[in-house]
Design a protein around this ligand. Structure first.
Ligand SMILES: NC(=O)c1ccc[n+]([C@@H]2O[C@H](COP(=O)([O-])OP(=O)(O)OC[C@H]3O[C@@H](n4cnc5c(N)ncnc54)[C@H](O)[C@@H]3O)[C@@H](O)[C@H]2O)c1
Length: 367
């Protein structure tokens, strides 16, 4: 049983607390911390967490094996670094860090210290993307030649209680939502080798539409429409558009086009389906049965897999190396837009480690 300390008890923490205390059997949430102690107290009460600690106390607590970092993006790198320096493994919400250089430093530090580094998203471990990966791996659509991926909406200021970070460095549609799409593309199509993009922003300022900050203005410090291209080592080319400037659209989440057919991949920000496939002889797309039981919000599956990986001394699926590859792709897309040229990608993702499909839900096991 791996003991976990959670740092950051905000909006996304609820689903992690729920799944890590009630679904996944190989982890125990022992402590929680937040700059806002009231939030930590509330979480500890709701989820019956034994200890409320400061981050410093968490890092010196010998019982804690892994820190789950659920803070806002600007705090990811400094907290990850402090955890690794203190000898704790760490799993962080996306993005791994704000820059590729910082992310690389973290991956190297974890390697040097013999610690584990994990990074969200883990939605690609759900039934939707796993079924899609298997179909591609089985050759159902032949060799993938292209993909299209669209994440377009009008931002998060209408619902999130503290949305400023979505328009700050480390936010924007690419750094916020891109990780779901890019991670799924990388798991389906393999390593990316080059990117290019054009980028823009429709508004210099946004108004909060949610409580408790309703009516407050926020500066937009990042590009909010990114039209990108990703070239994979296999030769496949993906079009990726991420935007917070679009009210409504009719584009698919992700489609993959192969030499023998096409695949419709479900929203990679969810765990379920439907997965639809059409080969050259099919008149229409047909639904494919999902291959694993993780169809509902199973956030935390990457943490549970990291715990298992630590026990089995193997690479974790939602690894720091995968998070770093995704971060380099995102930074490359933004740089390409600024510098008006194609950017080469140097990093490589860690391999996918197959998990057994018939294990009881909440008890991961390797093949
Ligand atoms: N909200 C969502 O729906 C959602 C979904 C998926 C992923 N995420 C990711 O999860 C992360 C957190 O998002 P959120 O929506 O929960 O944000 P949030 O602002 O609601 O919560 C973040 C919490 O971290 C705490 N915090 C910040 N810096 C800290 C520090 N140095 N030490 C201790 N505590 C600190 C804050 O006080 C706050 O309670 C982000 O990286 C975001 O991209 C959010």
């Amino acid at each position: 049983m791996l003991n976990i300390g959670v740092v950051g008890c905000g909006n996304i923490s609820g689903i992690y607390f729920k799944n890590l205390t009630t679904l996944f059997g190989n982890v125990r949430v022992l402590a929680c911390a937040d700059l806002d102690t009231e939030k930590a107290k509330k979480a500890a009460e709701e989820w019956k967490i034994e200890k409320i600690l400061t981050v410093d106390d968490m890092l010196s607590c010998p019982e804690i094996d892994l820190v789950l970092n659920l803070t806002t993006p600007v705090a990811h790198y400094p907290i990850n670094k402090r955890c690794l320096e203190a000898g704790k493994s760490v799993y962080v919400e996306k993005p791994l860090a704000l820059t590729y250089a910082e992310g690389k430093e973290l991956v190297t530090l974890a390697q040097q210290k013999g610690l584990y580094l994990g990074c969200a998203p883990d939605t690609f471990m759900g039934a939707g993307v796993q079924t899609s990966c298997k179909l591609i791996g089985d050759g159902m659509i032949g060799a993938p030649v292209a993909a299209s991926a669209f994440m377009m909406c009008h931002g998060h200021e209408g619902w999130h209680p503290a949305p400023a970070f979505y328009y700050d460095i480390g936010g924007g549609p690419l750094f916020d939502m891109g990780p779901y799409y890019i991670t799924a593309l990388v798991r389906m199509l393999g390593r990316a080798v080059a990117v290019s993009a054009m980028t823009s922003r429709a508004y210099e300022e946004r108004t909060i539409g949610s409580q408790p900050l309703f009516g407050q203005k926020m500066p937009v410090k990042v590009d909010t429409h990114i039209s990108g291209l990703i070239r994979f080592e296999s030769g496949a080319i993906a079009t990726l558009v991420t935007s917070f400037d679009v009210w409504k659209h009719g584009m698919p989440c992700i489609e993959v086009y192969g030499t023998l057919g096409s695949l419709k991949v479900p929203d990679p920000n969810t765990f379920g389906g439907p997965v639809l496939c059409a080969t050259s002889n099919d008149k229409e797309f047909r639904e494919i049965p999902l291959i694993n039981p993780y169809k509902e919000n199973s956030r935390g599956i990457g943490v549970s897999d990291t715990a298992l990986a630590m026990e089995e001394k193997r690479c974790n699926n939602a690894s720091g190396a995968l998070g770093l590859h995704v971060l380099e792709i995102m930074e490359g897309l933004i740089r390409s837009g600024k510098e008006k040229r194609e950017i080469a990608i140097e990093s490589a993702p860690s391999p996918a480690i197959p998990l057994k499909r018939d294990c009881p839900k909440g008890m991961l096991c390797t093949e």
